[in-house]
Design a protein around this ligand. Structure first.
Ligand SMILES: [Zn+2]
Length: 314
């Protein structure tokens, strides 16, 4: 097992969990004063990569204090139950709304299998292992934990999901943002910077709450966002504005197509046109077929989430 990772500064490593494809889902490893923590884990199948990264960096498994989950969507948290079996001293930090799903992941499992089928579950997610209750700690808004010589602070960040927390790292002036500060693939970087858009994942997408969360996070004056999808970016006010603009853009598409027959397909097609248009404006030179390939997974999930939001608000 040869792990793929990117060494950042401030003792932070971006590990490619190799979920679905390369450069898609990150987990982060933070090292400080011989102690270590993971932020997000990828899925069950990502765990060998995470452990191989520890070995490669000569970090003892007993020195990992925390597995911090930004939220319980399976591409972020699906590996936590398997990972903790290998980390004798680690505790899992998660939003209070995520706790029960970690102790008993059967509902998550059933939900995924209902939407994507058993084959997808086995092939891409592998399995879901329950986490013993006594190893889980609720990550409350404003709570601080120490790791070596640094302090990590939890921030309750609803909008993408109600069970979402971000982690403020004072040392790097960075936010481990899960999905809250958007999705941004490095393939779309141009001289104009990063292309960022919102993952409007089912079933708790809430645009007004999300925009407010982004504004609150910007008050911290972050230098960096550590995105799960994918890697660290410098997160400026322009990035925040772009994300908010596209939350509005996605919502507008859903609202216009609300009563269209075959609504899901119509939203998906229009979202793709929208993304291709913003990437053209962003001067992305990657050919269209490659772009569509990279957007494909998000399109399906974003359209589903917008559909659920429409139904809730009708
Ligand atoms: Zn998510």
């Amino acid at each position: 097992m040869k792990p793929i990772y990117h060494n950042l500064d401030f003792g932070i490593t971006c590990i490619d969990t190799q979920y679905m494809r390369d450069d898609f889902v990150a987990a982060y490893l933070i090292e400080d004063g011989k102690r270590a923590a993971f932020v997000d884990t990828g899925c069950y199948l990502s765990v060998p990569t995470l452990l191989a990264t520890l070995d490669k960096k000569n970090i003892k498994r007993k020195n990992v204090d925390y597995i911090i989950l930004t939220h319980i969507h399976l591409d972020h948290a699906g590996g936590a139950g398997e990972l903790i079996k290998h980390l004798p001293n680690a505790k899992v930090y998660v939003h209070e709304y995520g706790v029960n799903h970690l102790i008993d992941p059967s509902k998550l499992r059933t939900g995924v299998i209902q939407v994507y089928g058993e084959l997808f579950f086995k092939q891409f997610l592998g399995d879901l292992i329950p986490i013993p209750k006594n190893r889980i700690i609720i990550a409350k808004d404003n709570d601080e934990i120490s790791l070596g010589n640094r302090v990590l602070k939890f921030i309750d960040t609803p909008g993408h999901a109600r069970h979402h927390v971000c982690i403020w790292d004072e040392k790097s002036h960075g936010i481990f943002s899960g999905d809250t500060l958007g999705v941004s693939y490095r393939e779309f970087d141009t001289h104009q910077g990063e292309l960022i858009f919102p993952p409007t994942t089912p079933i708790q997408f809430d645009p007004e709450t999300w925009k407010n969360t982004i504004k609150q996070l910007m008050k911290l004056k972050p230098k960096y966002a550590y995105l799960t999808h994918f890697n660290r970016i410098e997160f400026t006010q322009d990035c925040a504005n772009m994300l908010i603009q596209h939350i509005d853009g996605f919502v507008k598409i859903a609202t216009i197509l609300k009563n269209t027959p075959n609504r899901h397909k119509a939203i998906k097609t229009t979202l793709l046109d929208y993304l291709l248009e913003i990437s053209t404006k962003h001067r992305v030179t990657l050919d269209k077929i490659q772009q569509i390939k990279l957007f494909k997974g998000d399109l399906e999930i974003c359209a589903q989430g917008l559909g659920v939001w429409l139904d809730k608000n009708s």
